[in-house]
Design a protein around this ligand. Structure first.
Ligand SMILES: Cc1cc2nc3c(=O)[nH]c(=O)nc-3n(C[C@H](O)[C@H](O)[C@H](O)COP(=O)(O)OP(=O)(O)OC[C@H]3O[C@@H](n4cnc5c(N)ncnc54)[C@H](O)[C@@H]3O)c2cc1C
Length: 208
C-alpha cells in the first residue's frame, strides 16, 4: 500500500515558519501555514545570516538572489559601544565556510523565503485560538471561526507562542538584562565616519 504523505500545519509565517515550510516541501511533505497577520509588512531592521544559516538558504534555493541585495561583510566584529574598542573579530570569508556571511534587511529575507512557497498554502488572517490533539491528528481553530486539521503541527508562532503554552503549559521568557537597539540608515548620515569592512561590502582590511 502506498505510504500517505503526512500533512503538517505550521502556525506562524515568520522566519521560522516560512523556512520550515520551504524545507519540508523540499522533501515532499505537504504543509499549510497559518499566520495571524492580515498581510505582511516590511518590519524589522538588519538581520545577520551566518554561514551555517546561509547553507540552509542555499538548500532552500534563495541564497543567490539574496547575495544580490545583501551585504557581505568581511568579519563578525564586536566593539565596546562608547569607545569603539574591538573586543573580538571573526573573519567570515565564504572560502573558509563554504557559504557567505550576509547582512540584509529582515524584510528581504522574509520576502525571499515567502517567494519559494505557493501563495495558496500561506493563509493570512488566521489567528490560532485552539488546538486539540487526538489519535487522528490535530484539530486547529482560528479566531475567525474557521477550523483545519493536520497530522501534526509545528509551532513557529514566535516568542509568545500560544502553541507552546498549550502543549507544555504557560511559561515566561527570562529577561537577562541586555537590550540591543537596532536601526537601518543610509551611511551618508555618518558625516564621513568610516565603519570599516566588517559592516560594508568592503575589502579585507580590519577595523576602522
Ligand atoms: C528588528 C529585528 C532584527 C533582528 N535581527 C536579528 C539578527 O540579526 N540575527 C538573528 O539571529 N535574529 C535577529 N532577530 C530575531 C529574529 O528575527 C527572530 O529570532 C526571528 O524572527 C524569530 O523567528 P520566528 O519565526 O520564530 O518568530 P517571528 O518572526 O516572531 O514569527 C512568529 C509569527 O507567528 C505569528 N503568530 C504569533 N501568534 C500567532 C497565532 N496565535 N496564530 C497565528 N500566527 C501567530 C506572528 O504574527 C509572526 O508572524 C531580529 C528581530 C527583529 C525584530
Amino acid at each position: 500500500m502506498a505510504k500517505r504523505t503526512p500533512k503538517i500545519a505550521i502556525i506562524g509565517a515568520g522566519m521560522g515558519g516560512l523556512a520550515a515550510a520551504a524545507t519540508l516541501r523540499k522533501v515532499g511533505i505537504e504543509v499549510q501555514v497559518y499566520e495571524q497577520a492580515a498581510k505582511f509588512a516590511r518590519v524589522g531592521a538588519g538581520i545577520q545570516m551566518l554561514p551555517n544559516s546561509c547553507h540552509v538558504l542555499k538548500g532552500i534555493g534563495v541564497l543567490d538572489d539574496l547575495k544580490k541585495i545583501a551585504f557581505e561583510p568581511y568579519s563578525h566584529l564586536n566593539r565596546v559601544w562608547d569607545t569603539g574598542e574591538i573586543k573580538r573579530e571573526l573573519p567570515m570569508p565564504e572560502s573558509l565556510y563554504g557559504a557567505p556571511f550576509l547582512c540584509m534587511h529582515r524584510a528581504d529575507l522574509h520576502e525571499a523565503l515567502y517567494s519559494t512557497l505557493p501563495p495558496e498554502i500561506v493563509h493570512t488572517g488566521k489567528k490560532l485560538t485552539g488546538l486539540d490533539q487526538n489519535s487522528g491528528g490535530v484539530s486547529l481553530s482560528f479566531a475567525d471561526g474557521t477550523t483545519a486539521t493536520a497530522d501534526a503541527v509545528i509551532a513557529a508562532d514566535g516568542v509568545h507562542s500560544l502553541v507552546r503554552s498549550m502543549i507544555v503549559g504557560p511559561d515566561k521568557p527570562i529577561h537577562k538584562g541586555r537590550i540591543a537597539y537596532r536601526a537601518v540608515f543610509d551611511s551618508s548620515l555618518m558625516n564621513g565616519g568610516k565603519i570599516g569592512a566588517s559592516r560594508t561590502n568592503g575589502g579585507a582590511s580590519i577595523g576602522i
